[in-house]
Ligand binder design. Structure first.
Ligand code: KG4
Ligand code: ZN
Length: 343
């Protein structure tokens, strides 16, 4: 029929997730359920995601997530039209756990399998949450990714530029670490920055003098480390105010780079109707406001999906799978898990 119900699975980084999305052709899609099990506590002692630990945890929890997602949606396997799964890019052991689970369900039920690129999942989210029409611009900014995309169709993405080193979320996390703030660092740095003076330290705005949308965030971390060490050398430590000022100056630099490059992306994609964001960094209020301003100045709609759908989740995978399935996409049991898979 023209109503499609799709189960989505996501396990490419440190969240194990399953979700059910339904759409009647021509109507807004509905998220019937979205279950996300994070692994933050498992990785916390190691100061970063440990691939082997992540893979094991995904393999252990993915079946439970599927059961919970189906139960919460009030549907059985027999009510589904397809199973969508993240087939990459990501940590290969985790991606494999999701792909194997999806293949198992499809082998047992005869349901069609649809492989989804994780980045396409993020990039199609504004259509799930806000019904955005093509073409639009997308900034993906998280702990692992940072890129500007022009999105012209379900499988039509043009990468306008991206980070050449660290992702901005990673830079926020490292900044927090250098200043003795807890992880994940983004929200902590944002909170500390509220009481800070962004003008006290002149941190670099890398690559702003170069054309295009490429960005760099690793030098910012080095500049912050130097400023911190200079303060420590001068007076033996840093005060709460110093820390707030360092956070504010760091955040202002990231914000200027993202907003400045967003303006370039807007200029490079004249047909776009909207500027949309996804990824954990999109939760930052200062960055959000700067991007909203860029969109407004260009007469574009600004779309920021709810945070739970900006960060890793399976509803975006179910949705991207549903969109691909409607266009006839089907994968076989030979679907492979890919550690790298550019859009
Ligand atoms: O999208 P996400 O949940 O996971 C992936 O990286 O895939 O993004 C997490 C990242 C972390 O680096 C975190 O510090 C950052 O997003 N983040 C923020 C904020 N909230 C989360 N960065 C800046 N400001 C925030 N408020
Ligand atoms: Zn992601």
């Amino acid at each position: 029929g023209d109503t499609l119900t799709v189960l989505g699975l996501e396990s490419s980084c440190d969240d194990t997730a399953a979700a059910v999305v339904r759409q009647r052709a021509g109507c807004p899609p509905e998220i019937l359920s979205s279950v996300v099990r994070g692994q933050t506590a498992l990785h916390a002692p190691f100061g970063g995601v440990v691939p082997e630990i992540a893979a094991r945890a995904h393999a252990e929890k993915i079946d439970l997530c599927v059961e919970q997602a189906l139960a919460a949606a009030g549907v059985g396997l027999g009510d589904l039209d397809a199973v969508a799964v993240t087939a990459g890019p990501g940590l290969i052991g985790g991606v494999l756990a999701g792909v194997m689970c999806a293949k198992g369900i499809c082998a047992a039920t005869g349901l069609p399998l649809v492989g989804v690129n994780h980045l396409a999942g993020h990039a199609l989210t504004p259509r799930l949450t806000d019904g955005l029409d093509f073409p639009y611009l997308m900034l993906l900014a998280s702990g692992g990714h940072c890129q500007f995309l022009s999105v012209a169709g379900v499988e039509d993405f043009t990468r306008l530029g991206g980070t050449i080193d660290d992702a901005p979320g990673e830079a926020f996390d490292k900044t927090a670490k250098l200043l003795g703030l807890p992880q994940p660092g983004g929200p902590e740095v944002e909170r500390a920055a509220m009481a800070g003076d962004p003008g006290r330290f002149a941190f670099p705005r890398p690559l702003m003098d170069r054309p295009g949308c490429d960005m760099s965030f690793s030098g910012l971390k080095t500049a912050l480390l130097r400023a911190r060490d200079a303060l420590i050398a001068e007076k033996g430590g840093i005060t709460v105010q110093d820390r707030a000022d360092l956070c504010a100056a760091f955040q202002a630099a990231v914000c200027d780079v993202l907003a400045g490059k967003a303006a370039r992306a807007v200029a490079a994609a004249p047909g776009a109707r909207a500027l949309a964001v996804a990824g954990g960094v999109a939760a930052n209020r200062v960055i959000r406001a700067a991007l909203e301003q860029v969109a407004g100045d260009a007469g574009l709609r600004f779309v920021a999906p709810p945070l739970a759908l900006c960060t890793d989740n399976a509803a975006m995978i179910a949705w991207a799978g549903l969109e691909r399935f409607r266009l006839g996409a089907r994968d076989g049991m030979d679907l492979i898990a890919r550690p790298r898979w550019p859009l």
